[in-house]
Design a protein around this ligand. Structure first.
Ligand code: NAG
Ligand code: NAG
Ligand code: NAG
Ligand code: CU
Length: 320
């Protein structure tokens, strides 16, 4: 081998090694052959909206495969996983990474098990939050090409739309209990779902400040995460069983998008920035990029570092 060739090889090797050491391996193993385009609900055409809803209804009719108590359908499996881990994945440093992974695994199930060819849509509630009338007439709550209305019937059951007659087996809370999907519009939290609130969240300089400003805590002022749950009410507003309302996945995709926007705003510092306690109860330890994201039997364990960049395998999606 010529000296020049050898030097070039050596330089290439050194470059590869330094990338790996920096913790952001950009080698081919992680590159995606294509990125799924996650879009806002109203950017989908009516056929695409109906395809997404049909895929959810498909999961609601597939037999459960998890071993959680009380599950009947594949849709229940995901709700049960969230109920099971809720005390470990909220108000902690891995809140956002865990939910990023959770929504991604759900999206994968829609595609692999229900023939869905689209991506997980998101719901940008800032487009609806200016007043109660506008909010209630959002395309998201449409009874034909949406998730049905916010008004319940006499029993609080969602009175129209595709999920009107669906029986949930789990919730509300940690109980096993057949019940209809319930909602109970709370217009008092609309002011916490505005562009101003999103801006106040994304302007936070560190991950820890960003996460706490985003997530909220029911005991203090509502933040964008809990407000998106509370505004719908019913099943959606429960810390444990909220994925019983399909809107959970659109709300969390939107929070994931807001996190991605924050990461992208100063990517050299933020793409791999993580911090925060790893448990709700003391003794506190801090999460690191190697912290495992438990999906029980639903998917393999990834580490936080594996989900920090949504354009890398196994995530492979983008927000448009
Ligand atoms: C839903 O249930 C109601 C009664 O609870 C019934 O009248 C209606 O036909 C059902 N709709 C569908 C689409 O099954
Ligand atoms: C904006 O964020 C800060 C935290 O940096 C918080 O103290 C403040 O209450 C927020 N403002 C609004 C209007 O929510
Ligand atoms: C966790 O991080 C905080 C802030 O960065 C620090 O004050 C604390 O000592 C750390 N705790 C542990 C157990 O390392
Ligand atoms: Cu959650």
């Amino acid at each position: 081998m010529h000296t020049a060739q050898f030097q070039a090889l050596l330089l290439a090797l050194i470059a590869l090694i330094s990338l790996a050491v920096a913790g952001q391996p950009l080698n081919q193993d992680y590159s995606c052959s294509k990125l799924l385009k996650r879009m806002e609900w109203r950017a989908l055409n009516v056929r695409q909206r109906k395809n997404y809803i049909a895929a959810i209804q498909c999961l609601q009719h597939q037999v459960a495969t998890s071993s959680f108590v009380g599950v009947k359908t594949r849709f229940d499996d995901f709700q049960a996983l969230h109920i099971h881990l809720a005390d470990q994945v909220h108000f902690v440093g891995h809140f956002l990474p865990w939910h990023r992974r959770f929504v991604g695994v759900f999206e994968q199930a829609l595609r692999d098990e229900c023939g869905y060819t689209g991506a997980q849509p998101y719901w940008d509630w800032t487009k609806d939050a200016s007043d109660a009338t506008r909010f209630q007439s959002s395309p998201v709550f449409d009874s034909h090409a949406g998730f049905g209305g916010l008004r319940g019937d006499a029993n609080g059951c969602v009175a129209n739309g595709p999920f009107r007659n669906y029986t949930l087996s789990l919730g509300i809370g940690q109980v096993v209990n057949d019940h209809c999907l319930t909602r109970n519009f709370r217009k008092d939290v609309l002011p916490f779902l505005t562009m101003m609130q999103v801006a106040n969240t994304t302007k936070q300089p560190t991950f820890e400040q960003f996460r706490t400003e985003l997530e909220g805590d029911p005991a203090s002022t509502p933040k964008i995460h809990d407000s998106g749950h509370l505004v719908i009410g019913g099943d959606m507003s429960d810390l444990y069983s909220s994925p019983g309302d399909p809107l959970f996945y659109l709300h969390h995709a939107n929070l994931d998008r807001i996190w991605w926007l924050w990461q992208q705003e100063d990517a050299s510092k933020r793409l791999y920035q993580i911090s925060g306690r790893s448990t709700v109860e003391p003794p506190y330890k801090n999460v690191t990029l190697d912290f495992p994201l438990d999906m029980v039997d639903e998917a393999e364990v990834l580490r936080i570092k594996d989900v920090m960049d949504i354009r890398r395998r196994p995530l492979c999606y983008e927000y448009i």
